[in-house]
Design a protein around this ligand. Structure first.
Ligand code: NAD
Ligand code: UGA
Length: 445
């Protein structure tokens, strides 16, 4: 089948490569000429395990190509996937400017029947909006071409994106049109082999499902982070509590790890966008508003611990913090809404210096933090320790899980470790002579 993917980021490029891998002809379109150039040169501009190999193979075999011309991308396509960003506006509502721009351009350039697929995460009602924009452009051209608009939200997570796309828990198709549903079923049949995995539903239910899923997952994280805050104060260990509650299969062990608060380009913006949708429809969403509030507090929990520790030593000003991990989670180079950035903002605003390292997000971090003179990005994890008063571990990269503690102790001015991901055992850290502070566990000094 012929597929055009508009927006070649984490979702667009992964979807394109996976569709091509199943034998489809896929053309990717992006407005950013640098991205198109990079991809044409056989390189991938984002870090995503397994993606580069998949892209290269499908380009070499002639099933995957890149262009900055939407007209060229649409020429032979039956499906036009919209996979552009949908960031937050300052008031928390979803900014649809990129989706609107693509819809207009589709209306201006399409020359045959298209199934336009909203894969970006968009507020309920956006399929109708996209339909209206395309129709307006066709009317302006005096053209009577036919098209359908379908909602097909994406559930992949960064770091596992290729595997998630290839083996999805479910594929959601929102459409009121039986023929369109069958065409999407055919496109997805190699991924959702059992019929039950592909759920066809009303367009608005599909749009809502995406927000409900992300808000549910965000709620689990804020819940366990709140439990962690209580655990610390009553002498309980949230790691033990997680195991204790997770053994009840109605609760489960997954996705309830306490930490630095959820970051990334999705949960923070999607929780805010659903709050906005609810309020726009005269409904006050108390639970997800609290989820957002708890997360904002959690993002500064580690900074508060560091400030508290140094409070009676003249504060953090002039001291140096070694920081491991900037990406919002392991296995990605994405630093959007990364808790590390919030930690850096809070501590440097009080005059602390930060020497930071990330295995793959270093270059993006360097660009994002270039105006902050108190931050230095270094190339190797142990190099951060030179002249530092403490080490803070912020991202759960595997290479931080079992470090050389002797080397850390010797390099730091004093053996002091703040762990935002509970990677180490408090008892072991005490035995190694560290003052150790983590999340939801009693501090061992
Ligand atoms: P991204 O920022 O990585 O990529 C978006 C791409 O769209 C960019 O390369 C940009 O240059 C391009 N673009 C913007 N306007 C364009 C236009 N008019 N024509 C062509 N290209 C254009 O975004 P992303 O992280 O892939 O997210 C895309 C959407 O998918 C968002 O709505 C997001 O919420 C949703 N989503 C993301 C993930 C994820 O893990 N990142 C997972 C599920 C859903
Ligand atoms: C998330 C969802 O998991 C995907 O299903 C969804 O498609 C995607 O958002 C989206 O809509 O864009 P992603 O943001 O890539 O994927 O990453 P997650 O693995 O969900 O992690 C999000 C944040 O929560 C990270 O900061 C992570 O460290 C944190 N987290 C996750 C915890 O603090 N505890 C956990 O137990 C799990």
């Amino acid at each position: 089948m012929n597929v055009c993917i508009v927006g070649t980021g984490y979702v667009g490029l992964v979807s394109a490569a996976c569709f091509a891998e199943m034998g489809n002809d896929v053309v990717c379109v992006d407005v950013n000429p640098e991205i198109v150039e990079t991809l044409r040169a056989g390189k991938v501009h984002i870090f995503e395990p397994g993606l580069e190999e998949l892209v290269r193979r499908n380009v070499a075999e002639g099933r995957l190509s890149f262009t900055s011309s939407l007209a060229e991308g649409l020429k032979n396509a039956l499906f036009a996937f919209i996979t552009v960003g949908t960031p937050s506006r300052p008031d928390g509502s979803c900014d649809l400017c990129y989706v609107d721009a693509v819809a207009s351009e589709i209306g201006q350039t399409m020359t045959s029947y298209k199934i336009v697929v909203d894969k970006s995460t968009v507020p309920v009602g956006t399929a109708d909006r996209v339909r209206g924009i395309i129709q307006k452009e066709l009317d302006a051209r005096g053209d009577s071409l036919e098209f359908d608009v379908v909602s097909n939200p994406e559930f992949l997570k960064e770091g596992d994106a290729v595997t998630d796309f290839m083996k999805p828990d479910r594929v959601i198709v929102g459409t009121e049109n039986v023929r369109t549903a069958e065409l999407l079923r055919a496109l997805y049949s190699p991924f959702a082999r059992s019929r039950e995995k592909l759920l066809v539903m009303k367009t608005r239910s599909a749009e809502m499902t995406k927000y409900a899923a992300n808000c549910m997952l965000a709620t689990k994280i804020s819940f366990i982070n709140e439990m962690a805050g209580i655990c610390e104060r009553v002498g309980a260990d949230v790691g033990e509590v997680r195991l204790g509650i997770g053994s009840d299969h109605r609760i489960g062990y997954h996705f309830i790890y306490p930490g630095m608060g959820y970051g990334g380009s999705c949960f923070p913006k999607d929780v805010k966008a659903l709050i906005d949708t609810a309020r726009d429809n005269d409904f006050e969403p108390r639970l997800i508003a609290a989820v957002d509030e708890v997360n904002n507090r959690q993002k500064i929990v580690l900074a508060d611990k560091i400030k508290d520790y140094f409070a009676d030593q003249g504060g953090v000003a002039g001291k140096t913090l070694a920081l491991w991990g900037i990406a919002f989670k392991a296995n990605t180079d994405d630093i959007r809404e990364a808790p590390a950035l919030e930690l850096i903002r809070v501590l440097t605003s009080e005059g602390m210096r930060v020497r930071a390292f990330d295995p793959v997000a270093g270059e993006r971090a360097r660009q994002a933090l270039q105006d902050n003179e108190l931050v230095e990005l270094v190339e190797e994890q142990y190099e951060t320790l030179t002249g530092a008063s403490a080490l803070a571990v912020v991202t759960d990269w595997n290479q931080f899980r079992n470090p050389d503690f002797e080397r850390i102790r010797d390099a730091l001015q004093a053996p002091l470790l703040f762990d935002g991901r509970n990677l180490y055992s408090p008892e072991l850290m005490a035995q190694s002579g560290f003052a150790y502070f983590s999340i939801g566990r009693v501090s061992v000094t």
